[in-house]
Write a protein that binds this ligand. Sequence first.
Ligand SMILES: NC(=O)c1ccc[n+]([C@@H]2O[C@H](COP(=O)([O-])OP(=O)(O)OC[C@H]3O[C@@H](n4cnc5c(N)ncnc54)[C@H](O)[C@@H]3O)[C@@H](O)[C@H]2O)c1
Length: 322
Amino acid sequence: MSTIIIGGAGFIGSKLTRCFLEQGQHVLVIDNLCRGRREFLDALPCRQQLTFIQADASDAQAVLKICAEYHTRFPVAAVWHMAANSDIPAGIADASVDLRDTFMTTYAVLEAMKKLGLKKLAFASSSAVYGDHGPDVPLREDSGPFLPISNYGAMKLASEALISAAAESWLDQAWIFRFPNVVGVPATHGVILDFVRKLKAAPGRLDVLGNGTQQKAYLHADELVEAMLFIADNAKERINLYNIGPDDAGCRVADIAAAVVERVSPGAKILFGREGRGWVGDVPKFRYCVDKAAKLGWKPRFSSLEAVRRAIDEIAHQEGPL
Ligand SMILES: NC(=O)c1ccc[n+]([C@@H]2O[C@H](COP(=O)([O-])OP(=O)(O)OC[C@H]3O[C@@H](n4cnc5c(N)ncnc54)[C@H](O)[C@@H]3O)[C@@H](O)[C@H]2O)c1
């Protein structure tokens, strides 16, 4: 049996690809490399089990053709859809980016799966679907109203809705994972990479977007991948919707800035902005409830701050010396 990973050349997708390859599976990765990198795949073990096709996953005809050819050679057990626009401000500036990369990819993947009779889908969703409920409401999977404040969150929510509709008529099983902020390597984006790169460019100062009070849940990518695989193995409903995250109140951006400075450029001055959020569409404070995953048997090992500290070391190493 084999697995198709859409967006498998990205940060999280390439880690997932590694896991399936190490399990001895054949894997097809479809990625247009708009944000992922070929090198992430080149670095993986068991390369002979991996097929990589560079293509736009929002093109339904292309996805169908590629998947159909692959499925005849290596019968596909499940599709994992990890592709999206991971740059939220880019999607605020131009809504067509999220329409294409976050929503149309889901539409195209579902259309191809339906035509090929592939009936199991795992999907990377996001805490962004909840919108801004403030820091005091632990967000459960059913915490409405769902009013996203970014086009990214809106297109993730619309994707979830499309998957739900497919599960009503032809999809046998879907796993929808709502991730918090995910950190680790190979980093392609995110607050830690941003801070490390800023300090490399100007080692004496770190400009922070927002006033540093933003407080969010952070999960290490290794834990995320373990959690997704665990939930996919153990959650047996038709639609399996799970928050995955740390069981804590999160970590402040000011603390992340201090930890990055300490590790990468000790003594650098940290300059904060004035706003309570980093950019338009940024949910400044949220708290996750992960009781449903815990009930199934998955528990995070690291707190938000521990995940962040581990990722800072890894990303500093990835980016090399100042
Ligand atoms: N990293 C996080 O903190 C986080 C948080 C919540 C949800 N997610 C979700 O997890 C998934 C993986 O995120 P990531 O952090 O690895 O981001 P990433 O940008 O590193 O990976 C996304 C991959 O999708 C590919 N892609 C995008 N549009 C495409 C298209 N039209 N056709 C083909 N490939 C396309 C990119 O090239 C990239 O390789 C995404 O769906 C993202 O929305 C990530």
